[in-house]
Design a protein around this ligand. Structure first.
Ligand code: BG6
Ligand code: MG
Length: 223
């Protein structure tokens, strides 16, 4: 049996993924009078605040000083936090509370492996903090997704090997991170974004334990 479940947060547990890009759009409009195209969102999904800002500035072909870079990152976070001000358990994505509770009842340990520094706040506000045995602090991780570091740290925080775990992701960078870490990957979303995952569900409402356990066992038996 798999022993650990490692979760991304935005777009997997909480309905917050689009709020990040909405915040970046507001920031770009306000500071540079520029709009951001839809396809830039994928490049900012799963990656840290500063890597997202770097990708956006590169798209805009704007160079800024380090001080201005930090100010912009901080302003984006203030915009984002404003979007989160009414966050409640209603913002948990469909089916995820039941799935997390099922894992808990089965004795499977859970860790959060989100790039977001707002992770603990979001878990608190959605009432899920108590379900998690560990929350990785992304500010302590050297290389963010798509590097394997954050998922390796999440497995280690549970005292498990990567092989004993399954990871849940909605972003290309996240699936790449899981693959690099040697962790069975479950993608949530469309083929374009998470088609490389070992198992894919179109949306959180479709996730079920039996399919996840089956794919994990199959991969372990063939390894
Ligand atoms: C990830 C999001 O979960 O967290 C990214 O997918 C975001 O879009 C990253 O940039 C960092 O979040 P925060 O809250 O620390 O700015
Ligand atoms: Mg995500």
């Amino acid at each position: 049996m798999m022993k650990g479940a490692l979760f991304d947060l935005d777009g997997v547990i909480a309905d917050t993924a689009s709020l990040h890009f909405k915040s970046w759009r507001k920031l770009a409009e306000k500071n540079f009078g520029r709009s951001l195209p839809d396809d830039l969102e994928q490049r900012t999904k799963g990656v840290s605040r500063s890597d997202s800002l770097a990708a956006i500035l590169e798209y805009l072909e704007i160079k800024v000083s380090e001080t201005e870079f930090n100010r912009l990152a901080e302003e984006k976070n203030l915009i984002y936090r404003d979007f989160l001000k009414d966050l409640s358990p209603d913002d948990i994505l469909p089916g995820m509370r039941d799935f997390i509770e099922e894992l808990k009842n089965r004795g499977i340990m859970m860790a959060l492996a989100s790039a977001s520094q707002n992770g603990p706040f979001i878990l608190e506000r959605t009432g899920l903090s108590d379900c998690f045995n560990a929350v990785v602090d992304p500010s302590k991780i050297k290389a963010g997704k798509p590097a394997p570091d954050i998922y390796l740290a999440a497995a280690a925080a549970l005292g498990l090997s990567p092989r004993e775990c399954v990871g849940f992701e909605d972003a290309v960078s996240g699936i790449q991170s899981l693959k690099a870490a040697g962790i069975v990957s479950v993608g949530i979303g469309n083929e374009n974004e998470v088609g490389q995952a070992d198992l894919r569900f179109a949306s959180t409402g479709d996730i079920n334990y039996d399919d996840v356990e089956e794919v994990w066992s199959e991969i372990m038996n063939n390894a």
